[in-house]
Design a protein around this ligand. Sequence first.
Ligand code: CA
Length: 364
Amino acid sequence: MEKSNRRDFLKKATTATAAAAAVTTIGAPAIVRAAEKIQWKMTTTWPPHFPVLGEGADKLAKLIGDMSGGRLTVQVYGGGELVPPLEAFDAVSQGVVQMGHGAAYYWAGKMPAAQFFAAVPFGMNAQGMNAWIYTGGGQELWDELYAPFNLKPMPAGNTGVQMGGWFNREIKSIDDFKGLKMRIPGLGGKVLAKAGGTAILSAGGEIYTNLERGVIDATEWVGPYNDYKMGFYKVAKYYYYPGWHEPGTVLETFVNKKAFEALPKDLQEIVTTAAMASNLWMLCESETKNNFYLDKMVKEEGVVLKAFPDDVIRKLRGYSAEVLEEVVAKDPMSKKVYESFRKFQKQHQAWGKISEVAYASMAE
Ligand code: CA
């Protein structure tokens, strides 16, 4: 046996003996295995333990710890606790922390194509987004998009179809969007601008006050459960549906690629599988709570629930197509991603018409 091999052998033998001894000594195993434990940090774009979204990050971290029997633990930090919410991407990219949790459209300034992995106006619902990403080629494109930033992205949650938002005036025609100041981010904001409105950016904590003081006339947020928690029903009368601008928003986790690749294969699978589980959990949590809170707001708080008129939806759909054409024309990667997205969406819709949609129209 060569000297170095012998040294390795002795080291392994000593560890094995120590481990064997430890399992017979109550209270000692944690010390012996301490050297093999990997501790990561996750920074999020949400306030700490924020309902559903932040809870999804907590859930993901807990799953990784539990599934790995404590070999890989993840400490979660809310936005601002470690780094500001919208610096999460850079912090993980640079390896300041190993994981992040947010939504891909927050990074549209760095790479416009990121928006396709979060929400597209008149795009796909949760079922379509999951199918496209997991088994329809979306994940490969997402990996390609984030690789130059040393990141591995994964879906880690979904809000389902969001609500259209809270309005202090009725929307009877597309002209009612003219001069409307609305908090609506991303591609949806660009569509609003085409309809003559003004998209205002407000951080989550400022929206309520802005709506109350008339700085904005309307806001979108998520769905009834999240919106109830934000208290918007106290400062806006009309609650519109559906959320044409965010039909199945994907929440993401992104892992420092070097840190991910340095993990043994089983821990890599645990991270990936825990992300899938938290993706499913968030969608189910929203589905379970949304109608309860919608009912509560309508019955107990006098919220007026309204659907956008058909003609308004038709016009918004037209403006959305224009916005997407503009994004794709300016950026080759957006073109590549959107081609895949659009092809999948057409197939998803065609099948949906004779499966989900057909069934939904028959079910009672
Ligand atoms: Ca939203």
